[in-house]
Design a protein around this ligand. Structure first.
Ligand SMILES: [Zn+2]
Length: 234
């Protein structure tokens, strides 16, 4: 378990160091507010076991350039372009090799991890990058895991709408995936949860105390009482 947490930390650090512009920096600072950490955890826990290392490297590259950067599950990539993504720990580029990349892409397609979503052009082929709850091999592992933890999850389910992913979606659905403050339309990759009464001021994770917020409003508001924030906006 500790290994997994370390792995996730490293991945998040990488994402942070890759992000040059201010928006991306703010994004990684607010990473904990998003659905992404639970998806990243599911990838490490349920996708890594069904992939070989080359496939894992390619998947993270595609994931970072689609869901993380654009909030969309689509990315254009070429076999040649992917041949140069793997870096050794010394930081030197290490060619993955055209044949290995080709083989890995085919295997990822066979496993339902990625799929071709459009025509190939000079920029490469358009792929859809699936997340664990869409991938058959992961779903099997997740179900096994869930049945083991079922009792524990059930105990929290009714109370905690912040930490239980299934419950988080109920808040997003109640709000129609729209930001409570600026009414921006969000997706499951860009929606965050905001506590009306901050936890630091005794707020809880109940359905009533949580609202859907965009990253910007969530970061702006911080721990300020909701009325202050709305007054300031006006
Ligand atoms: Zn907003």
């Amino acid at each position: 378990m500790k290994d997994k947490i370390e792995q996730i930390k490293e991945l998040l650090d990488q994402l942070e160091s890759n992000s040059g512009d201010a928006e991306a920096l703010q994004f990684s600072k607010n990473y904990n507010a998003l659905e992404l950490p639970s998806i990243v955890t599911a990838i490490v826990e349920f996708l890594h076991p069904i992939l070989v290392p080359y496939e894992i490297a390619i998947y993270w590259y595609l994931f970072n350039n689609s869901i993380v950067k654009t909030g969309e599950q689509y990315v254009r990539a070429s076999t040649r372009g992917l041949s140069s993504i793997a870096k050794s720990s010394s930081g030197q580029a290490e060619e993955l090799g055209y044949a290995v990349v080709q083989k890995s892409l085919n295997s990822l397609k066979d496993k339902g991890v990625i799929s071709i979503a459009g025509d190939t052009n000079r920029g490469g082929t358009l792929y859809k990058v699936s997340i664990p709850d869409e991938i058959p091999g992961c779903k099997a592992l997740m179900e096994k895991h869930l049945s083991t933890d079922a009792e524990q999850v059930n105990l929290h389910k009714e109370l905690d709408f912040y930490n239980v992913s299934e419950n988080r979606h109920k808040v997003f659905e109640r709000d129609g995936y729209k930001c409570h403050y600026c009414e921006k339309q969000l997706t499951r990759f860009s929606a965050t949860l905001d506590h009306i009464q901050p936890v630091s001021k005794g707020g809880d994770n109940s359905f009533e105390n949580l609202v859907t917020a965009c990253l910007h409003c969530n970061a702006e508001r911080g721990n300020k009482p909701v009325m202050d924030f709305l007054t300031k906006q006006a």
